[in-house]
Design a protein around this ligand. Structure first.
Ligand SMILES: N[C@@H](CCC(=O)N[C@@H](CS)C(=O)NCC(=O)O)C(=O)O
Length: 223
C-alpha cells in the first residue's frame, strides 16, 4: 500500500491526496511536519509531501508524485491520452506552481507570523502574480474544467496552488486572484463542491490547530 507523508494543512500535500482519493487508490497517511528527521528519510529536501510506493521507494515533489500516481494507477485518468492535450494540462500546472503558488508563498511569513516584508518584495510578488493570473486567463477554458470537459491534474493542481494567492492577496496586496481571472471564482466554487474536495478541506480544518502550534514552535526555535 502507498504511504503519503506530510500534514493535511499543507496545500502541496492536498494536491497528492486529492489525486489518490479521486482515483480510488488505497493509501495510508503518515502525519509528519518539516524538520522531523523521519521526513528527510523520504524527502531529500525535507519538504511535504512525500510518498512511499507499494515497492518501498520514497518519492517527493508534488508534481512528480501526481505524475507517478497517474503512471502507476491509470484508472480514472487525470491526463488526456493525446500528447498535446497532456502538455496543455501540464502547462497549467506549471503556471499555477511558478507564478501563483510560489509567488504568493513569499508573503506567507507575513500572514502567519506577522514577519516584516523587505522593501520591494510585495511589488515583485504582485508582478509575478499578475503574470500568473494573465497566463491563466489566456489558458483556462473553464468549460466546465480548466482544460475542457474532463477534470484533469490541472484542476487539482490549480485548486491547491491557488490557496496561497487567495490567502496572501487580500491582506498583503489588496488583490483578489479570484476577481483577476474571468471564470475563476465560479470554477473555484465548483471545485469546492466536489466530494473529494470536501473531504480534503475537512481534514485540512481538523489539522489547522496542530499546524499553527507547529508554526509557533518553529518560530520560537528561530526557524
Ligand atoms: N516543490 C515542493 C514544495 C513543497 C512545500 O513547499 N511544502 C511545504 C509545506 S506546504 C514544506 O514542506 N515546507 C517546509 C520547507 O520548505 O522546508 C512540492 O511541490 O512538493
Amino acid at each position: 500500500m502507498l504511504t503519503l507523508h506530510g500534514f493535511s494543512a499543507s496545500n502541496y500535500y492536498n494536491i497528492v491526496k486529492h489525486c489518490l482519493l479521486y482515483k480510488g487508490v488505497e493509501f495510508t497517511e503518515n502525519l509528519v511536519y518539516p524538520g522531523a528527521p523521519e521526513l528527510l528519510a523520504v524527502s531529500p529536501a525535507g519538504k511535504v509531501p512525500a510518498l512511499t510506493t507499494a515497492n518501498g521507494t520514497a518519492l517527493s515533489e508534488s508534481s512528480v508524485l501526481v505524475e507517478y500516481i497517474e503512471d502507476a494507477y491509470p484508472q480514472t485518468p487525470l491526463l488526456p491520452a493525446d500528447p498535446e492535450q497532456r502538455a496543455l494540462v501540464r502547462q497549467v500546472m506549471k503556471v499555477a506552481e511558478l507564478y501563483l503558488e510560489l509567488a504568493g508563498r513569499r508573503l506567507l511569513p507575513a500572514v502567519l507570523a506577522n514577519a516584516p516584508v523587505a522593501d520591494g518584495v510585495k511589488e515583485e510578488v504582485r508582478a509575478t502574480l499578475d503574470k500568473g493570473a494573465a497566463s491563466l486567463a489566456r489558458l483556462a477554458a473553464f468549460s466546465p474544467w480548466v482544460c475542457g470537459a474532463d477534470m484533469t491534474l490541472a484542476d487539482i493542481y490549480l485548486r491547491y496552488a491557488l490557496a496561497m494567492p487567495k490567502l496572501v492577496g487580500p491582506s498583503q496586496l489588496q488583490w483578489d486572484v479570484l476577481q483577476a481571472v474571468p471564470g475563476l471564482a465560479e470554477w473555484d466554487a465548483r471545485m469546492a463542491e466536489e466530494a473529494v474536495s470536501k473531504q480534503v478541506d475537512a481534514d485540512q480544518q481538523a489539522n489547522m490547530t496542530e499546524f499553527m502550534e507547529y508554526v509557533s514552535a518553529a518560530i520560537q526555535r528561530g526557524k
